[in-house]
Design a protein around this ligand. Structure first.
Ligand code: FES
Ligand code: FES
Length: 175
């Protein structure tokens, strides 16, 4: 064993690998340890700090992003696992001039946030759900949002906001 590999074994250090990630429509190359999580790469390597970290073991949902359109816990994925997929974070919701999306507007209108720590995760959870199930209803939305934890709102306003957004999207489609 060389001195270098002995040091690596002692410190737990592993070789880094080049990972190519498509995040919010932009391709990024990052050199990371294989065990580095997607949420750490998003926040610390790409500076996309809108995605929050709570429990770091898949319970709270604060780290929810979309991977190929489906909500995923970014703390439970290695960044390398996201290679070849399209990742969307909360930063992708607002328009180019910073104008809020219809979903973000609905959260604002219905006071669906208080401290806001959970909000990026709920927004991405909702965005994924609305894309998959545009004809959703409040009962279904209630089940979906149960996947994430909010300590402030009591959930009712979050359900109202997502339902309102779903209705507005349907109305726009029918016009
Ligand atoms: S930080 Fe990922 S689920 Fe809590
Ligand atoms: S708004 Fe505070 S945790 Fe949800």
């Amino acid at each position: 064993m060389t001195a270098e590999s002995t040091a690596q074994a002692r410190t737990g250090y592993r070789e880094r690998q080049l990972v190519v990630l498509d995040v919010n429509g932009t391709e990024h190359e990052v050199l990371v340890e294989p065990r580095r999580t997607l949420v750490d790469v998003l926040r610390h390597d790409l500076g996309l700090t809108g995605t929050h970290v709570g429990c770091e073991h898949g319970i709270c949902g604060a780290c929810t992003v979309l991977v190929d359109g489906r909500p995923a816990r970014a703390c439970l994925m290695f960044a390398a696992q996201a290679e070849g997929s399209a990742v969307r974070t909360v930063e992708s919701l607002a328009g180019p001039d910073g104008e809020l999306s219809d979903l973000q507007e609905a959260f604002t209108r219905h006071h669906a946030l208080q401290c806001g720590f959970c909000t990026p995760g709920f927004l991405m959870l909702a965005e994924g759900h609305l894309a998959a199930c545009p004809r959703t209803d409040k009962a279904e939305i209630r089940e979906v949002v149960a996947a994430n934890l909010c300590r402030c709102t009591g959930y009712q306003t979050i359900v109202e906001a997502i339902d309102d957004c779903a209705r507005q999207r349907r109305n726009r489609e029918e016009d």
